[in-house]
Write a protein that binds this ligand. Structure first.
Ligand code: AMP
Ligand code: MG
Length: 308
């Protein structure tokens, strides 16, 4: 059932008004930063025959048009890689739909429809794309501090511009120190954003590049917000060679057929690249210091709940 009274009180709240205003500034300053670095904004893809497999999501958002099957975008990862055949640096504010388990309703971090600022850079390595991510976050915080002081005061938020370069820890070391809850444990203890590097192949999708000299380890990364806000972004260097991509898809047992079109592009030749996607609602939550992601945007849709 749709809870109209709860919805109206959220819409009329000072909290939502200010969060949405900050969010608008986040979008504006992200755009400025990326444009200054020579990135071109491309329009988002909403439906396509191919989307991120995200193999842990069992429900697929699918629609049929003219007898063809389209997937609702879970991420634009493949479209980003393919766009680089045209322009070398791209970004998009990309709406993603992921039918998260209903048990995540109160996680504070999960929506079933959210927007990723998705970025990809031709012939970049992981270090270069991490530097870009650090610069982007620092630029956003700096500008929000300069332009949204009354809003930050309202949220009692005393943000610090993060110091670059950010600290780094390997996945193995994070697991050894903090156990399987490493993401949240690390985030709670951190006073500044921190990178987690080199995830094992089993836990990730098929498109992050495997080290050529370390089997089973990927040249990828997550950025973790401090103060318990958890994961900010995921990214890495990408597989771009046909045979390797094929092998990785086969390892996942998802069937080559589903990625036939993508594989055709890989066969014709993709470029090496690196990139990442940063969730706009989670970023808004961190900047405003909000306890729940529901308060970060208009029309937030929580897992298991009817949203607008
Ligand atoms: P992923 O590629 O799955 O790591 O997603 C990229 C980024 O999108 C994450 O680092 C989050 O910032 C954001 N994100 C992923 N899933 C959700 C979700 N269910 N709700 C809100 N943001 C999300
Ligand atoms: Mg991730």
């Amino acid at each position: 059932m749709f809870k109209i009274d709860e919805y109206l009180s959220l819409l009329r709240s000072e909290k939502l008004k200010r969060a949405v205003r900050i969010q608008s500034e986040i979008i504006h300053h992200s755009r400025n930063f990326l444009k200054q670095k020579g990135f071109i904004e491309i329009l988002p893809v909403i439906i396509s025959p191919i989307t991120d497999p995200l193999t842990d999501y069992r429900i697929r958002g699918e629609i049929e048009c003219y007898g063809f099957k389209y997937q609702i975008t879970k991420s634009m990862i493949f479209h980003k890689q393919i766009s680089l055949l045209s322009v070398p640096r791209i970004f998009s504010f990309s709406p993603n739909v992921r039918i998260e388990p209903a048990s995540r309703e109160r996680s504070g971090r999960h929506l079933i429809e959210f927007v990723q600022l998705d970025i990809e850079m031709k012939e970049a390595g992981r270090d270069e794309i991490m530097q870009l991510g650090e610069g982007l976050l620092a630029h956003i915080v700096e500008n929000i501090k300069a332009n949204c002081e009354p809003d930050l005061e309202f949220f009692h938020r005393d943000l610090k511009i993060p110091e670059q370069p950010f600290k780094k820890i390997s996945y193995q070391e994070a697991l050894r120190r903090y156990g399987t809850d490493y993401e949240i444990e690390l985030s709670k203890r951190a006073a500044e954003p921190i990178w987690i590097l080199d995830f094992p192949i089993e836990g990730r999708e098929f498109y992050d590049r495997e080290y050529s000299d370390q089997s089973g380890i990927l040249v990828d990364m997550d950025l973790i917000y401090p103060e318990g806000y958890g994961e900010a972004l995921s990214g890495g260097e990408r597989e771009y060679q046909y045979e390797k991509i094929k092998k990785r898809i086969e390892m996942k047992e998802i069937g080559l057929k589903a990625y036939e079109i993508y594989l055709k592009f890989a066969e014709k030749g993709l470029f090496p690249s690196a990139g990442f996607g940063i969730g706009i609602e989670r970023l808004t939550r961190y900047i405003c210091g909000l306890s729940h992601i529901e308060e970060t945007r208009m029309f937030a849709k929580l897992p298991g709940v009817l949203g607008l």
